[in-house]
Design a protein around this ligand. Sequence first.
Ligand code: NAD
Ligand code: DAU
Length: 356
Amino acid sequence: MAKQRKVLVTGGCGFIGSNFIQLVAETRPSWRVVNLDVLTYAGNLKNLSGIGENAAYRFVKGDICDQALVSSLFDQERIDTVVHFAAESHVDRSIVGPDAFIRTNILGTFTLLEAARSWWLAGDKVQAEPLFLHVSTDEVFGSLGESGYFSETTAYDPRSPYSASKASSDHLAASYFHTYGLPVMITNCSNNYGPYQFPEKLIPLIFNNARNGKELPVYGDGKNIRDWLYVTDHCQAIIEVLDKGSSGRSYNIGGNNEKTNIEVVTLICEMLDAKIGPLPDGQSRTSLITYVTDRLGHDRRYAIDSTRLKEEIGWQPSVTFEQGIEMTIDWYLANLDWLETVIDGSYQDYYKQMYA
Ligand code: NAD
Ligand code: DAU
């Protein structure tokens, strides 16, 4: 039988965190989940409106950099598991304003590690089999050429302020295992897509512009490659790593779905043409594709080798990219109201209506 857990989830109102909490509510209903999220532009309580009444769930609005708050949550809730998603996550934002990335991704992770260390490793408060799962990215490994894959032993080579801040937090997390014996695991995942992704990221941004007949900005030559993973498959991998992973170990998570950006953008256009019809002038939405100035320091190719996760944990992705992208487009089409409130910012009033 799976272990009972008292889980502190950070960043649970974001894209992956909210999918994770929903999956836990469905598949591990006995877990106590405390969701600590400061609700930046990327955090949306509506992502979790379905489980708001669940007695095993508690939302706390707060900052992972707030040491007193974080420590009090460990104490009050007797937390035995941390799943740390909270971060500034968008590469383009890190290029124009790295400060928040340094603060949240590095100092925030440090604050959580310190709180876990003092709660779990201090005298009579030692917890049975605690776990700190630090959720990270394949971007810490840098950029691949035409061949090869990132494995867990690939040297770190972060190239944007975002990936450098994540690399820094990975090193801090690993150091707490080696130095203090804190039971830390790290997962490094490839590009996620699926429901509730903020429409600054490629797939929801292209969906939204394409449905509105707006330009579809493709950076550079459009041939940069990402390895796409459906978000629920990522969340399932995290649950399985919590169940079966080993402390001090890192696990790469990838979908084995390498696509160029132009392939992804073209596919979304073709799917929308088929589902809602072509543009009013009869043209395909592919006519909206516009090549724009490249992202600074744009990593060329990411591709993940997930052999360790498959062999040691037994995880496999459950959906292909073709299935996942169709599910994603159908979800966005069925949830245009969610998209509208995210784009006009009105979802940020929801907290006031719910809690103020
Ligand atoms: P997101 O931007 O959608 O959500 C981030 C969440 O963290 C938001 O709810 C936000 O309010 C919260 N947050 C930000 N700063 C905070 C702070 N100081 N205190 C408390 N909460 C704070 O991000 P995401 O795409 O869901 O990514 C989640 C994690 O997964 C990140 O650590 C990211 O690096 C990692 N990751 C993401 C991907 C991807 O493709 N999106 C892939 C691999 C790894
Ligand atoms: O690889 C994992 C990472 O994937 C995560 O760690 C990050 O949090 C997540 O944001 C994502 O980073 P990317 O930079 O790969 O994702 P993004 O959706 O921003 O861009 C995907 C690709 O599409 C990238 O090559 C840049 C390109 N792009 C992006 C946007 C927003 C465009 O061509 N046009 C765009 O408008």
